[in-house]
Write a protein that binds this ligand. Structure first.
Ligand code: GDD
Length: 435
């Protein structure tokens, strides 16, 4: 019996996802037309003998209530949201619900970070885990040496696949093999987490005997019940024949910013070709819009037959796409209206936005692999990439993001901007963050 646990975090963790996380918990933001957390849940469904999926986080319960009941019915596997009173860290959060998790008497616990985009090769990983015979198996991938330091870097034995060394986001390069945030554990993981608590308590008691040291460490110590899976469990257990690695050669991305979510949406749309081709728009017939490449259109959206859509476009519920509209590489959220002959390229258009006739909402540089049917000049503008506040992070990626209910009036051009909710743009803007 297998129980899956998806760590969804909470509101304070989603700040880099602004302005889109102002409306919706980040795990419910749609990628390829489905909430982010939907993709790992579907992957869990492929695990033999899966009995339960838990989402653990510190968002309000009501934010997940509708979603978990809908997905439980759809998959016929119970999905439940468990709310932590306060953040306990990635391992502490798991531990705080050990009684719930152990109720089903699982032989294995699949643990996933919600903010990763992957093909989640869970059945194969579970088989490998059983062969290795350890307490845990970590999904790993090779990335470029320059990007590795944003992740947990690790060294594995090339023959036995044992995890030999683990360092979380190291300052100096260790390895280009990184932790994907997807794990399989036996229930012994709870004993390992308990061990961290006991050690911390013992250390705190010792310190109490030495009041000077106690004063010094009180300022930097983590709360006793805050346990991080990576630093507090993986690092100390590496090289002890407890942990093993399973390398994926398939796609994997971490979803920290809206800009990356556009890429992840493309990856999941491409995956639909194999897993759920029925979700991809076909564009056959004279009454439907021209469709290019992978496109998702919610059944309630209205798209004019003369619009041209794709590749990498997802259109959510009740959106209205007018005559002659051109959409390339974008996420169009619920209730958006895009009027005649507007163009959206490499952008995320928030809930209830309206884009006027002949307007353009786009990135300043985007090199589409398709031929564009209109003059498109690459903008040579240098982006300000250094020293930026977190909110500016997306600008580096070359994308335009409109928050909820932004109105772009007719014939306005918006290039590489992040626009906060409820703004009206009546003049063209470029390279700006509009607060
Ligand atoms: N429920 C709950 N409670 N979830 C949490 C908490 C908590 O207190 N803290 C973090 N999470 C969730 C986050 O939402 C995320 O899904 C996951 O746990 C890991 O978050 P972090 O601990 O902030 O780590 P990270 O995302 O910066 O990096 C981790 O994931 C990378 C892969 O995406 C590390 O494990 C890296 O080594 C790894 O490469």
């Amino acid at each position: 019996r297998v129980v899956a646990v998806i760590m969804v975090g909470g509101p304070t963790k989603g700040t880099r996802f602004r302005p889109l996380s102002l409306n919706i918990p980040k795990p419910l933001f749609p990628l390829a037309g489905q909430p982010m957390v939907h993709h790992p849940i579907l992957a869990c469904k492929r695990i033999p003998n899966l009995v339960q999926v838990y989402l653990i986080g510190f968002y309000e319960e009501r934010e997940f209530a509708l979603y978990v009941s809908a997905i439980s019915n759809e998959l016929r596997v119970p999905v439940r949201y468990l709310k932590e009173e306060k953040p306990h860290g990635s391992a502490g959060g798991l531990y705080s619900f050990r009684d719930h998790i152990m109720e089903d008497d699982p032989s294995h616990i699949v643990l996933l970070n919600c903010d990763v985009c992957s093909s989640f090769p869970l059945p194969d990983m579970l088989e490998a885990h059983k062969r290795y015979g350890g307490m845990g198996t970590v999904l790993v991938i090779k990335v470029s040496a320059e990007s590795a330091n944003q992740f947990g870097e690790l060294v594995a034995d090339p023959v036995t696949h044992e995890l030999l060394h683990y360092t979380e986001k190291p300052e100096t390069f260790v390895s280009d093999l990184i932790n994907c945030g997807v794990y399989i554990f036996t229930p012994n993981i709870f004993t390992a987490i308990q061990g961290v608590f006991t050690e911390r308590r013992d250390r705190a008691n010792l310190r109490r005997m030495n009041s000077f040291e106690a004063l010094q460490s009180a300022t930097k110590a983590l709360p006793v019940d805050y346990v991080r899976l990576d630093q507090d469990i993986l690092s100390p257990l590496a090289g002890k024949k407890e942990l093993y690695t399973y390398e994926t050669l398939d796609f994997w991305e971490q979803i920290k910013t809206p800009g990356i979510s556009l890429k992840c949406s493309a990856l999941y749309l491409a995956q639909y070709r194999y897993t759920s081709p029925n979700l991809l728009a076909s564009g056959d017939g004279t009454k439907t819009a021209s469709i290019i490449g992978d496109v998702y259109i919610h059944p309630s959206a209205k798209v004019h037959p003369s619009a041209k859509i794709g590749p990498n476009v997802s259109i959510s519920a009740n959106a209205r796409i007018g005559a002659g509209v051109r959409l390339i590489s974008c996420i169009i959220l619920d209730d958006v209206e895009i009027k005649e002959n507007a163009v959206v390229i490499h952008a995320i258009v928030g809930w209830k936005c309206s884009i006027g006739k002949w307007s353009r909402v786009q990135a300043s540089f985007y090199l589409p692999s398709v031929h564009l049917p209109f003059p498109f000049h690459l903008n040579k503008l240098k982006l300000h990439v250094s020293n930026q506040a977190e909110g500016d992070y997306n600008a580096k990626l070359g994308i335009t993001i409109l928050g909820e209910a932004v109105a772009v009036e007719d014939e306005v051009v918006v290039v590489n901007c992040i626009v906060l909710p409820n703004k009206t743009l009546n003049v063209s803007v470029q390279e700006e963050i509009i607060l």
